[in-house]
Design a binder for this molecule. Sequence first.
Ligand SMILES: [Zn+2]
Ligand SMILES: [Zn+2]
Length: 168
Amino acid sequence: MNLLTIFLIISNCLLLTIIFIGYYFRKKILKKSTFDNLSLSGSGPTNCLSHQNELAKGSCMICGEYWCADCIKTHKNLNFCTQHFLLFNSSTWDQALNIKTSENNSENGLILYKFKENIWNKQKFPTFIQTHYKINLEEDYIETYISLYCIKSDLEKIRKQFDSFSST
Ligand SMILES: [Zn+2]
Ligand SMILES: [Zn+2]
């Protein structure tokens, strides 16, 4: 084996690794942007709810309203308005619902977004949604989980309401 063969083998291995990593990464990004965009209604810039002249930087995970950089508070990757940031920090949160979406049915998590909006609009139950990814090594795909979190003491009420919401 000469030096050129060794060099070719090494560069081929490198290339394959890069393609492999790129494949997973692209899939992950595609999924993430699909779900993150679901919460955005309409297009174009929106202004802050309490500062009408300021462009909104993002929306609150709990109330869904749009807020400027001064109003938005961030915890890890979660955005909250000032009021709900306080609520987030002063409450104990628990996972009320968890839906696994699959490649061929990636829209079955949508019901959680609709349910969240419904209980917020009608009863002002504070909840927020997070998306989790897990690589399934055996089946070679990324599993996506959509989870709804609520204040621990609301857990049973939320689950009961979801049962009747999803059966209608
Ligand atoms: Zn809020
Ligand atoms: Zn503001």
